[in-house]
Ligand binder design. Structure first.
Ligand code: NAD
Ligand code: TYD
Length: 341
């Protein structure tokens, strides 16, 4: 008997982590078919995948996870048997300016995707969630998988809502779901609205770097490829119905990150501008990833010491990539390369 084909629907595959995951899987699992299903919001950038788009195992579908009919057509056409859901509105500051689209995509979109996944009886549904669903820590302690959900921003609240729906589809319908909750990622292809790429891009343009509040908020940073390897591990070895925290024990206050980047780029600290704090700004995130390390044997390959310089270098080497984001030109790529086909 032949082994069944693996057809993975990667939603949000044109975003930062999705892009890295698509690339990671095409290299690591060459027999798998990867179907990238993405709405191409401002955060979706198909130029990220330019040099893999002709690969036989890769397909792009422009689509919304809120659109059940289009999802069904895609599941049917590509015989989808695995779903990895990255699609989301992902920026906290935007969720403060307008929460509605966060509920639409992150909550209703996830529910629509779950429903279609149930109808097509997928073998695995991986929900890519975030440590932000746990809320904020004080000076000490770590988030474990048992930490109660205490989301503080509309973004994290919408992700928490999605997590509860995923859990409900497992408990009620036995849909084989797993949830991953990762700490802050950094690396190539991150949209320059998030802290690390924003600092790099502003510094290279000699523009002020806005640091919220006292700059002493702490995040637990993980290199994006380590997140990809963790999701691949959970997909292959994880137990259905379980939650897995993912983190790298790389806690650092924002000001320290900004200073390291400026030092690497030989730019002056006078570019730093302390600005009004983000409302509801979580003070500290720190992940206890014992469970995935102990039960599934995953561990991160990188630390800030190794991967931050590499990341900065990537932005230096790929200036055209982020300049096309700043000018808006990246949004013309789909029209030019796909619509004319
Ligand atoms: P991103 O904003 O860079 O990318 C999101 C992608 O989803 C974009 O390509 C966008 O076009 C697509 N999308 C948005 N709405 C859609 C919809 N309705 N239908 C289909 N596609 C849609 O986000 P990211 O940083 O790559 O994060 C990916 C996932 O990982 C998110 O679910 C996020 O919550 C989670 N996460 C992110 C981090 C982080 O540090 N960036 C950490 C932990 C978890
Ligand atoms: P961000 O990259 O938006 O990720 P998240 O809010 O999901 O953790 O922000 C990381 C940290 O950097 C957070 O404490 C907010 C802070 N920050 C700034 O100080 N200035 C900025 O311009 C941005 C975007 C973030």
């Amino acid at each position: 008997m032949s082994t069944p084909t693996v057809n993975i629907l990667v939603t949000g595959g044109a975003g930062f982590i999705g892009t890295n995951f698509v690339r990671y899987m095409l290299a690591k699992r060459p027999a798998y078919n990867i179907i990238n299903y993405d709405k191409l919001t401002y955060a979706g950038n198909l130029e990220n995948l330019k040099n893999v788009e002709t690969k036989q195992k890769y397909t792009f579908v422009k689509g919304d996870i809120c659109d059940a009919e289009q999802l069904k057509a895609t599941f049917e056409k590509y015989h989808i048997n695995i779903v990895v859901n990255f699609a989301a509105e992902s920026h906290v500051d935007r969720s403060i300016l307008g929460a509605k689209v966060f509920v639409e995509t992150n909550v209703l979109g996830t529910q629509t995707l779950l429903e279609v996944s149930k109808e097509f009886a997928v073998k695995r549904f991986i929900q890519v969630s975030t440590d932000e669903v746990y809320g904020s820590l004080g000076e000490t302690g770590f988030f474990t998988e048992e930490t109660p959900l205490q989301a503080n921003s509309p973004y994290s609240a919408s992700k928490a809502g999605a997590d509860l729906l995923v859990r409900a589809y497992f408990e009620t319908f036995k849909l084989p779901c797993l949830i991953t909750r990762c700490s802050n990622n950094y690396g190539p292809y991150q949209f320059p609205e998030k802290l690390i790429p924003l600092v790099i891009v502003n510094a290279l343009n000699d523009k002020p770097i806005p640091v919220y509040g006292d700059g002493m908020n702490v995040r637990d940073w993980l290199f994006v490829e380590d997140h990809c390897s963790a999701i691949d591990t959970v997909l292959h070895k994880g137990k259905v119905g379980e939650v897995y925290n993912i983190g790298g024990n790389n806690e650092m206050p924002n000001t320290e990150i900004v200073r390291r980047i400026l030092a690497y780029l030989q730019k002056p600290e006078s570019l730093i501008k302390f600005v009004t704090d983000r409302p509801g700004h979580d003070r500290r995130y720190a992940i206890d990833s014992t469970k995935i390390q102990r039960d599934l044997g995953w561990k991160p390959a990188d630390t800030f010491e190794t991967a931050l310089p590499r990341t900065i270098q990537w932005y230096l080497n790929n200036r055209a990539w982020w300049e096309r984001i700043l000018s808006g030109d990246y949004q013309k790529y789909y029209e030019l390369q796909y619509e004319k086909r």
